[in-house]
Design a protein around this ligand. Sequence first.
Ligand code: PLP
Length: 391
Amino acid sequence: MTGRTGRHFLHIPGPSPVPERVLRAMDRQIIDHRGPEFARLGREVLEGIRGVFRTQGPVIIYPGSGTGAWEAAIVNTLSPGDRVLMFETGHFATLWRQMAARFGIEVEFVPGDWRRGVDPAAVEARLSEDRARSIKAVMVVHNETSTGVTSRIAAIRRAIDAAGHPALFLVDTISSLASVDVRHDEWGIDVTVSGSQKGLMLPPGLGFTAISEKARAAARHNTMPRSYWDWEEMLKANASGTFPYTPATNLLWGLREAIAMLREEGLDAVFARHARLAAATRAAVEAWGLEVLCQNPDEHSPVLTAVMMPEGRGADAFRAVALERFDLSLGAGLSKLSDKIFRIGHLGETNDLTLMGALSGVEMALAASRVPHRPGGVLAAMASLGAGLDG
Ligand code: PLP
């Protein structure tokens, strides 16, 4: 594209656009991370982030990415040779499984077709069979960013309880936190893993683990070697608002602002906004005559919508047209979905008009690249948002 004007439309499912307020909050000189000003900032964000995870317990904030926080969850709670139950919901569940296997964890990986989430009944059935209680943890990706399918965490918790199984419950909320309801305490999650660059509306660079008492107790006994990710080292320093190593100071200023924004809007309103924008996106896809990848209406993601390309048409050529012609970035299909789907992100700093802009870009790019479709997706999305032409 030549001579770009106006703003870039970043509609991948994270990293998501960073609000002006957060950008300004981070635009400051570095402070001494061992001084009193930092300790005040540290205490404030360590306290504030608990509300976002809906927990009274500690949340660890690492300089790192979501993948690092995945590793923290594994190395603190599991030992080589432990068995865990995981589900093939998509690319990210597959990567987390691969990581666990590299640490010598024995993963029972329930196969899936990447179009549905974790079946709570299957969790209950498998755990009930495990009479020896050899399964140490159930590990689930809440929002599969590769497919646009959101597993039902509260129902999975109920399934674990129905089986009366003592397994730890580790949940990846990297692309759901602050976009979809996550209740660390109420849902009895033992480790909630997350990252900064999606619903929290920050740049990439922070990883989080919220931890239960049970997870912390497991960490005290497990034999897995660990250092950087060790919770106890971090919690000791965090008690005074500091970190055992150099923290990502300016991202923490940003986090302070993002937490303030989420509080002002109210978490429930944030979740309702995401659900509404997702419904409008699906209305557009349906009007175009294209297919949403997620097959279970109870599991449609409020964060992103994955759209299947018509047979014989490559998603990547279409995405290239969207970028080149309209300065619109759409998410690519990952691993086995490569070139078969495109993903529309509608998370974080998004509202009715930014979504309508993105959907207009998709519809124009479908036409420009001659992908077989029906026009009218944009109008359907407007009607879904409550602004139909009859109003
Ligand atoms: N899990 C999920 C659900 C994700 O969406 C991602 C990244 O997109 C990751 C894990 C990996 O996180 P990161 O890329 O921050 O390391």
